[in-house]
Design a protein around this ligand. Structure first.
Ligand SMILES: [Zn+2]
Length: 84
């Protein structure tokens, strides 16, 4: 019985989608906790300095942890969320 070689045909990758990146890449998976001071439920992540990110409360103007240099929005949000 002769062996037959089966050639694998590489299937073209389908469904490759590239998400349109905006100017500010905010990880949607990370939720920002409400402001621990005034309870505002919609603090915003902002780049307060070159490459330094912090969560800022639009209501009481609290600026979240950033002194040790949060170099991504995700880090800044995580630091903010621990500050309760
Ligand atoms: Zn606040």
């Amino acid at each position: 019985m002769a062996k037959q070689r089966e050639s694998d045909r590489a299937a073209p990758a389908s469904g490759a989608e590239e998400s349109a990146a905006g100017d500010v890449a905010i990880p949607a998976a990370v939720a920002i906790a409400p402001c621990p001071f005034c309870g505002d439920g919609d603090p915003a992540i902002d780049e307060i300095d070159s490459g330094i990110w912090a969560v800022c409360c639009n209501d009481c103007r609290t600026i979240g942890p950033h002194t040790d240099g949060k170099h991504s929005a995700e880090q800044a949000i995580e630091a903010w969320n621990r500050r309760t």
